[in-house]
Ligand binder design. Structure first.
Ligand SMILES: Cc1cc2nc3c(=O)[nH]c(=O)nc-3n(C[C@H](O)[C@H](O)[C@H](O)COP(=O)(O)O)c2cc1C
Length: 136
């Protein structure tokens, strides 16, 4: 397991959107923007599934994902396996959070699952000599 440093956690909290990449078992990639994300601790990120379609199908058969986010020249890839929770405390909290979010946006959507990403690898993606370097 890798640990997200404070600056990495701060950036993930700050960016409104991150990109979640998944793949089919035979390697066909899929990438989507996600906004409903929360840091659980320095080794885990929660993403709420409202609309996942190919993403969900991919994660069910191939749980390894990459979450990418950046601002300016600072950016990271977080890689690891996900688990999909549709019951329990974390899912209940997520449904409340997304209900509030949907209300504030004047829309009507709900969380179908709390997707928990276990941070296994972290890479820098900013331009420069450290581009692609494994950080943890
Ligand atoms: C700005 C933006 C933010 C989004 N945030 C989320 C999100 O947090 N959770 C979610 O389930 N879908 C979110 N979506 C929808 C997904 O990006 C995507 O449309 C959905 O997963 C269907 O694509 P797929 O078939 O590749 O999974 C968002 C879309 C946009 C444009």
């Amino acid at each position: 397991m890798a640990k997200m440093t404070k600056p990495i956690q701060e950036l993930l909290n700050k960016v409104p959107i991150a990109i979640l990449a998944t793949a089919t078992p035979d390697g066909i990639p899929n990438a989507v923007p996600i906004g409903a994300k929360r840091i659980i601790d320095n080794q885990a990120v929660l993403i709420s599934d409202q609309f996942f379609n190919k993403t969900l199908a991919n994660m069910k058969v191939n749980p390894r994902v990459s979450l990418m986010f950046w601002e300016g020249n600072e950016g990271y890839q977080i890689k690891g396996p996900v688990t999909i929770e549709t019951t329990g405390r974390r899912f209940e909290e997520t449904t409340r959070w997304i209900k509030e979010m949907s209300k504030k946006m004047g829309l009507s959507f709900r969380s179908k699952a709390a997707v928990i990403l276990q941070v296994e690898e972290i890479y820098a993606i900013g331009p420069g000599s450290d581009a692609g370097k494994r950080l943890a």
